[in-house]
Design a protein around this ligand. Structure first.
Ligand code: AMP
Length: 708
């Protein structure tokens, strides 16, 4: 169906990526350094965290495979962070560690197993949400806030005390209950996260947009950026919040577990997250993670995972730290919703109406838990707007159930000879000329014999919203097309059970014998084909796949013209007068029904018993045809009766009238409702009699024309 564009280039690009790890590693390092600077120093990242992580992961993986290329200056060798010059540096009394990540449940289990192995049994762990904000360390002396610092590089952070004082939920003095839990007089340093609620973030970005200022990429950067304002007044206006969850020196408190620490933090007046659980078994940890992921979208703030911590401080101390992170904690990261991958090719798919859709063919990548190998690029303008080229490293996004999307390229990783992509001039399926009509976003193959279109039309006919032939999916249709049994939709109704049963599915079973459809399935399929003959006429109209005629339009048409015969007799104007059917759709239907190949298919369908007329005897006009030979045009809205134009048209037709969409000398009457427009003016100009709504209702009631 779809066919790739011939491109020597993408193979070269990929070959370079796969055969020259040193070059790729160098490119990745430069790129990551650039983004680290933008993120930490400027608070203005150009790519999402997930895309950044993805680059980092690729670099780590490549370094892992090529240990001789590891370099102490590589971004993989340090805790991310940047110490700015604008704020006074603060050396942390105790290092602010990062966390090790578990990228999936298997990695989480591996960590839990390490814990079990270490202690010889499972120990209590605390599950907390991983707040997606910016880390903060708050130092209290004699119960008073004396300093607030960012994490910085983990050893040295920035003094942001003045700004943090403006954050409303940060206590400036500890509550007495909290003071009672301190082990010895002196300083305590609590740690946690400062974040911006989603609503405040949206509000802030809308305001930024309205003032032509640059928006923040995400709430985390908005929080970090707001915290590092030169003017604390600005920070004060930013609606920041905090969640505290740690203490620098555990000996400074009477608490002996993480669970008690959380209680102490609450007692002392800190904002702590209510969504925490003390777990004794791995299963509870799994459940907490699953719930958190499910509930993520409903929270008023962003989270990017779950942090699991060994509960007891003494057990934590026994496990200790690596150079980078505690061994006694792990961050279970939610599957990232954005990843980077390589765009191998852009192919072109031909739809049932001949529309050509460029499709990104990607090096398969797991995003948000599912593999993404293809993503639509919609149309040529979209490809150019996103500026994606074959060979590019691109950012792919897939959030929840949403269809995967290519967001754009990572420009600095673009191969030097990557060319701007162009739509092929010939249809990749049939070789016919490709056209793009004025004002249309899509290119089209205009050949009616295009096999790709034919196959898509066949699939569409059998689809649920159309003739609903249960079991007639893409694979069977594909086989029937390949074996020459299906060319157009009328062919469905000449299939018999025996040939369906013998249909070669193009695959072999374990014994090397070709798999056939089989009698049982064939019989069912045949019955379903037969049943589809009796679908309502609107389904048939939708199933025919006329351009611009969706399900709703098909229903509107079938309501006004319940028979194929009646519909064929309708003029473009008649059709255009229907509610929701403009001149473009009307012209498409009109032309479709007059194209010889289509007429033939419809006749064959009719002959084979496919429903071409709804039973309208119940609604048939028992009305006298008093308006026979007269043409009416409706304009404005019928406010008194509340009738839609379509309903009004139906009532007129029931009396034998024709209804048209435009006024001409041949128009017998114009019915003008409220706010009548140019049709009214034209009627007056041409001397066509105009009826107001009252006169129209009178006409329907009395079935007599008003005196002229
Ligand atoms: P990362 O920045 O991905 O290395 O993750 C570590 C960071 O997660 C820590 O520095 C904290 O700022 C942050 N974090 C968010 N929520 C929590 C939590 N409940 N417990 C510990 N760290 C957390």
């Amino acid at each position: 169906m779809a066919q790739g564009q011939a491109s020597l280039f993408d193979e070269q690009a990929l070959a370079q990526v796969t055969t020259d790890p040193a070059a790729r590693i160098e490119a990745l390092r430069t790129e990551i350094e650039h983004h680290t600077y933008l993120y930490y120093a400027k608070d203005a990242p150009e790519i999402s965290d997930a895309a950044y992580d993805s680059l980092m992961r690729e670099l780590r993986e490549l370094e892992h495979q090529n240990p001789h290329l590891i370099d102490p200056t590589s971004p993989t060798q340090r805790v991310g962070g940047y110490v700015g010059e604008q704020f006074a540096p603060v050396r942390h009394a105790q290092r602010m560690y990062s966390l090790d990540n578990a990228m999936d449940l298997a990695e989480l289990d591996a960590w839990l197993e390490r814990v079990v192995e270490f202690f010889g049994h499972m120990v209590d762990v605390v599950c907390e949400l991983k707040i997606d904000g910016s880390s903060i360390a708050l130092t209290y002396e004699d119960g008073r806030l004396v300093r607030a610092a960012t994490r910085g590089d983990g050893t040295t952070g920035e003094d942001v005390t003045v700004n943090v004082r403006t954050v409303k939920d940060v206590p400036l003095r500890l509550r007495a209950e909290g003071m009672a839990g301190i082990a010895a007089p002196g300083a305590v340093e609590v740690r946690g996260e400062v974040y911006m609620p989603k609503a405040s973030f949206d509000f802030l970005n809308k305001a930024a947009e309205a003032n032509g200022k640059q928006a923040f990429a995400n709430p985390r950067n908005a929080a970090a950026g707001s915290l590092r304002q030169k003017d604390a007044e600005i920070t004060a206006k930013r609606d920041l919040s905090t969640f505290l969850y740690a203490i620098a020196d555990q000996a400074s408190l009477l608490a002996t577990t993480q669970w008690e620490l959380l209680q102490w933090l609450t007692d002392a007046g800190f904002h702590t997250n209510p969504d925490v659980k003390l777990c004794t078994q791995a299963q509870q940890v799994h459940d907490f993670c699953a719930n958190a992921l499910e509930n993520r979208a409903n929270l008023p703030y962003e989270i990017d995972g779950v942090v699991v911590k060994v509960n007891s401080f003494s057990q934590q101390a026994a496990m200790g730290f690596t150079a980078r992170a505690p061994r006694w904690a792990i961050a279970f990261k939610f599957p990232p919703e954005e990843k980077t991958t390589v765009l191998q090719d852009i192919t072109v798919q031909v739809g049932r109406t001949g529309a050509l859709t460029p499709v990104a063919e990607l090096v398969p990548v797991t995003v948000a838990g599912s593999t993404v190998a293809r993503a639509t690029l919609h149309n040529l303008d979209e490809v150019h707007r996103k500026d994606v080229r074959i060979g590019d490293t691109v950012i792919v996004r897939k959030a929840g159930d949403v269809i995967p999307e290519v967001l754009g390229p990572v420009l600095s990783l673009r191969p030097a000879d990557a060319a701007v992509w162009q739509m092929p001039q010939m249809c990749p399926s049939c070789g016919s000329v490709v056209v793009r009509e004025d004002g249309e976003a899509k290119h089209h193959c205009i050949s009616i014999d295009c096999p790709a279109q034919a196959q898509e039309r066949l699939i569409h006919w059998a689809s649920r919203g159309a003739l609903d032939i249960d079991g007639m999916g893409e694979e069977i249709v594909g086989r029937l097309v390949e074996t020459g049994r299906l060319t157009d939709v009328a062919d469905y109704y000449s299939l018999d059970v025996t040939e369906l049963a013998l249909l070669d599915m193009g695959r072999l079973n374990k014994e090397g014998v070709p798999i056939r459809l089989g009698e049982k399935t064939a019989q069912k399929l045949y019955d379903n084909i037969m049943a589809s003959k009796n679908r309502p006429f609107a389904r048939v109209l939708f199933g025919l796949g006329m351009r611009h005629v969706g399900k709703t339009t098909a229903e509107v048409i079938a309501a006004a013209y319940p028979t194929m015969e009646g519909l064929r007799a309708a003029s473009v104007d008649d059709l255009a007068a229907l509610e929701g059917v403009g001149p473009k759709i009307a012209a498409s239907i009109y032309t479709f029904l007059r194209t010889p190949a289509n007429v033939q298919v419809i006749e064959r369908l009719e002959k084979r018993g496919v429903n071409m007329a709804d039973d309208v005897s119940a609604a048939a006009p028992a009305e006298p045809a008093v308006l026979d030979g007269l043409t009416f045009v409706l304009t404005g809205s019928l406010v008194e009766s509340g009738m839609t134009r379509e309903e009004a048209g139906q009532r007129l037709k029931a009396l034998g009238a024709k209804v048209s969409g435009s006024v001409s000398k041949k128009t017998s009457f114009v019915i003008a409702g409220e706010a009548a427009g140019s049709k009214y003016d034209k009627a007056v100009k041409l001397g066509v009699p105009v009826l107001d709504e009252a006169a129209f209702l009178d006409l329907l009631e009395t079935k007599t024309l008003p005196p002229q």
